[in-house]
Design a binder for this molecule. Sequence first.
Ligand SMILES: Nc1ncnc2c1ncn2[C@@H]1O[C@H](COP(=O)(O)OP(=O)(O)OP(=O)(O)O)[C@@H](O)[C@H]1O
Length: 222
Amino acid sequence: MTTLSLDHVVLTRRGVAVLAGIELTLGPGRTAAVMGRSGVGKTTLLEVACGLVRPDSGAVVVNGVRLDDARDALRSRTRLRDVGLVFQRDELLPELTIGENVSLPLRLSGAAAADSSARVAEVLGLLDIGDLAGRGTDEVSGGQLQRAAIARALVHRPALVLADEPTAALDEATAREAMALLLTTASAEGAAVLVVTHDASVADMAETTYSLSDGRLTPRDR
Ligand SMILES: Nc1ncnc2c1ncn2[C@@H]1O[C@H](COP(=O)(O)OP(=O)(O)OP(=O)(O)O)[C@@H](O)[C@H]1O
């Protein structure tokens, strides 16, 4: 089954066709990156892919659920259950520990505390931050914080992980390390990954890379 399918997706904002016929499919465990200059529509593409924003036309299917014409409740449920999201920064809650932050998607989907803690420990271990569960978000490095954000995106075993400039706040070496961990851990768990970034060295770590311009995706040579 296809994990993410965007079929002729069109979205106009303020008279500009930000997405002008996007075609993209990703299967389980596959990874893709989208590059493009600032304001070209990369974040918008992710918002449409997770059902947060409805396109004007075209079909968006995530893990077998058609989102573009689904009711709000189904779009929210699908996003909670089937999608993991990673952003650039400032996304972990400072009043919770690293472990508590990572457990949130599980707790929100109703998992029992005991089941959650075993899975949280597992996924923190996969990202090599198993010893940081009890720390506050201000007691770890930027790279460790981003690993925790990746752990949180993966903890509920989503079919699809969407990442918006996930390494932009990190130095080059830490960025590559975090991106490699995101791609390998997600793929090993069978999740498809779509990353948007302006950083070619980060994008090139995905199996396929595209450029977004004038509302369209074109495969990028590398
Ligand atoms: N909620 C909104 N309402 C109207 N226009 C918006 C909205 N969000 C974004 N836009 C516009 O849509 C276009 C695409 O924005 P988007 O954030 O997707 O770009 P981006 O490629 O992610 O940019 P950056 O790399 O700077 O984050 C921009 O022209 C932006 O001003």
